[in-house]
Design a protein around this ligand. Structure first.
Ligand code: AMP
Length: 410
């Protein structure tokens, strides 16, 4: 195993590494940091949870020079798909940049434009931004990107999915063509490859989490169930497990709200977080979840992309994700940084075909988990080639919290 000291980081950054409390580099850090320090374009196929933020944040800081003070002329630009992710990236970058006294600024949508602008005008070395708000700044001539030395496109596949490709193209056309570009993405499809061919020639490719090979740290299960029994099954599952910090995914915002209400009525402390919630509601829900005031967060795919909470013990797909890529993104919230996680997917008969696609992508049969004593409707479909079945007993809640059972495997 390599050490951070072997990667070519300067001593000031080594201080940042110890401040972040990282002992050894993760594989993506080991592979991406040296070529980034050499000034190469890097295309990294790595999903969240692999340590990708520090993989670009640390060397980026070493690459840039300080920008002129009191001007909105940054030297590094990090573009990310969501506000929550932007805030998390800014946190890591700020810690790492501390010994250099670099000014790290955040511009994201959903909060007031003017204060962000004023902060940025007081000087900015490194800008972390979401594409929409950044585009506003460019269009209003409030920012000068002509001195960008390093551009990072983080979670590029999700930016593409979210319709942010036009702003990204504009950003690529605005920064100097000679600037170093770093692209991080869980999947690299045609569109991204095309962009890399045009803007990132001779890039170094780093591949950490290939599709379907990403999740050794995660125990995956499926629970075949009739659509109409999902809520009942979830209550039984939460009642019997030691789930701990759990992220629950629904297909739509409405279903997230409805489910959060059902859980609330059953004395399970939880909150829903999705695109219809305003910024302060989202921030509060995330804070409550992070600090353990609530153990359950109900969310949707788009929102989840920005959730980087450490120590998520379990992911429950209340609705089977429509695309296998979303499945990988969802379950990637747990099993991070060397810890084990559980991912359980509810599969109704209507969802069985989407579930098959997931198993195909994962190149594995996902075992069925059943709850003993739960009266399943006869019409549920159990996948015929399930090799292993795991039984779990339902237990009642105590004070709205799942009870710990002895002998659980974590
Ligand atoms: P990321 O993929 O950047 O979202 O990082 C996932 C999690 O891994 C975050 O909680 C980081 O703090 C943590 N992490 C990143 N790099 C390391 C490392 N070298 N050692 C231990 N934890 C790390």
């Amino acid at each position: 195993m390599k050490k951070f000291a072997d990667l070519g980081l300067d001593p000031k950054l080594m201080k940042a590494v110890s401040r972040l409390d990282y002992k050894h580099p993760t594989p993506v850090q080991e592979q991406a940091i040296p070529p980034i320090l050499e000034g190469k374009h890097v295309v990294a196929c790595a999903q969240t949870g692999t340590g990708k933020t520090a993989a670009f944040a640390l060397p980026l800081i070493q690459r840039i020079t300080r920008a002129s003070r009191k001007k909105a002329v940054p030297h590094a630009l990090i573009v990310v798909p969501t506000r929550e992710l932007a805030a998390q990236v800014e946190r890591v970058v700020s810690i790492a940049a501390l010994p250099y006294e670099y000014k790290v600024r955040l511009v994201v949508g959903g909060i007031k434009y003017k204060p962000q602008l004023e902060r940025m005008r007081r000087g900015v070395d490194i800008l972390v931004a979401t594409p929409g708000r950044l585009l506003d700044l460019i269009d209003d001539n409030h920012i000068d990107l002509r001195h960008i030395q390093v551009l990072v496109l983080d979670e590029a596949d999700r930016m593409l999915d979210m319709g942010f490709w036009p702003p990204i193209k504009k950003i690529l056309g605005t920064v100097p063509s000679s600037c170093q570009k770093l692209l991080f993405s869980a999947t690299i499809g045609n569109e991204i490859n095309k962009m890399v061919g045009v803007h990132m020639q001779n890039s170094v490719k780093v591949e950490i989490a290939r599709k379907g090979e990403t999740v050794q740290q995660i125990a995956q299960f499926c629970m075949p169930v009739e659509h109409s029994q999902k809520a009942e099954l979830l209550l039984a599952l939460l009642g019997g497990s030691t789930a701990g910090k759990t992220l629950i995914f629904t297909r739509t915002k409405r279903r997230a709200d409805v489910l959060a209400r059902i859980l609330g009525r059953n004395h399970i402390k939880c909150q829903a977080i999705h695109g219809d919630r305003n910024q302060s509601q989202r921030t509060r829900a995330l804070k409550d979840f992070t600090c353990g005031r609530i153990n359950i967060l109900v969310t949707t795919d788009v929102m989840a992309r920005g959730i980087h909470v450490d120590n998520i013990d379990a992911v429950i797909n209340y609705d089977t994700p429509v695309s296998p890529e979303d499945y990988i993104h969802r379950i990637g919230r747990t099993g991070r940084a060397g810890k084990m996680g559980d991912a359980t997917t509810f599969v109704s008969p209507e969802e069985m075909s989407a579930f098959r696609d997931i198993e195909f992508l994962m190149k594995s049969v996902i075992p069925v988990k059943d709850i003993e004593g739960f009266s399943y409707k006869e019409s549920r479909i159990i996948p015929p080639d399930t090799r292993l079945a795991v039984k779990q007993k339902a237990k009642p809640f105590q004070h709205g919290r799942p009870m710990r059972s002895k002998g659980h495997r974590r």
